[in-house]
Design a protein around this ligand. Structure first.
Ligand code: ZN
Length: 254
């Protein structure tokens, strides 16, 4: 873990804890939670935050359910056009989405969204879903599927034409596998600028999540949806703070 990250996390935890007791109602808006893996190592995870253990994930789920019930905030599928709610997303397509996450969330009837990088399906890397496993997870009525770049390359460092081509291929490949329309995505590494956002629109996407911190409101650009990053070792009070919106000022640090 880098010092800078540790300092930010400690600071955010301490500062966020104060308003929690003063805030009676959580901020309005749709919270889109970002998870990565529940049980597999995540490449480039220098702060060791994107892989959490199954028991830890179960604790997150219990806290989210309690928060949802306490504040009448429904847990909704990603892309739902609702004023307030909680949506749960998983980036990259780790195999634990099928083996660990689906059984836990299905038990609680919680919908969730999986964002897939098609080249990982055929990479032979056992951490990721195979094409067959993706088809299996897609059969779950609680699961919706979107794209996460064709090759998981940072789209902002590619030419506009190459970025559009990558986005188009990600969408078409998933549609071919799933035999259903795919119109949602998240930007690899959260990296997006105006030209990548416009390329996503031209490639046929109607909803796309970035990594900008915050909640979504009726006037939020649907191709620049904000998310809340959920981390390993986020305790119950941190999960609650993130759901309340106490961490939204964190956007200024990232
Ligand atoms: Zn990713």
């Amino acid at each position: 873990m880098t010092l800078t990250f540790r300092a930010k996390r400690l600071g955010a935890t301490a500062i966020s804890a104060a308003p929690r007791f003063l805030t009676r109602k959580p901020q309005p808006g749709v919270r889109v939670l970002t998870y990565h893996s529940v049980g597999h190592q995540v490449d480039g995870d220098i702060n060791d935050i994107y892989n959490m253990s199954p028991p830890e994930f179960e604790k997150h789920v219990a806290t989210i359910l309690r928060f949802s019930a306490a504040h009448s905030l429904p847990i909704v599928p990603f892309g739902s056009e609702t004023q307030s709610g909680i949506a749960i997303t998983f980036d990259d397509g780790y195999v634990d989405v099928l083996q660990t996450v689906a059984p836990i969330l299905s038990r609680h009837h919680i919908p969730f969204h999986v964002l897939i990088t098609p080249t990982k399906l055929t990479s032979g890397d056992s951490r990721y879903l195979t094409t067959q496993q993706l088809k299996e997870v897609a059969l779950n009525p609680l699961v919706s599927i979107g794209a996460h770049g064709f090759e998981h390359r940072p789209l902002t460092s590619m030419s506009t034409q190459d970025a559009e081509q990558d986005l188009r291929r990600s969408r078409e490949t998933l549609q071919e596998i799933l035999q259903r329309e795919v119109v949602t995505m998240s930007y690899p590494f959260g990296m997006v600028d105006q030209s990548v956002r416009d390329a996503a629109a031209r490639a046929g996407f109607t909803k796309a999540a970035c990594s900008k911190w915050g909640f979504n409101h009726p006037d939020t650009d649907l191709l620049m949806l904000r998310r809340i990053d959920m981390w390993a070792r986020d305790g119950r009070s941190t999960v609650v703070d993130k759901l309340f919106g106490s961490w939204n000022w964190f956007a200024r640090l990232t």
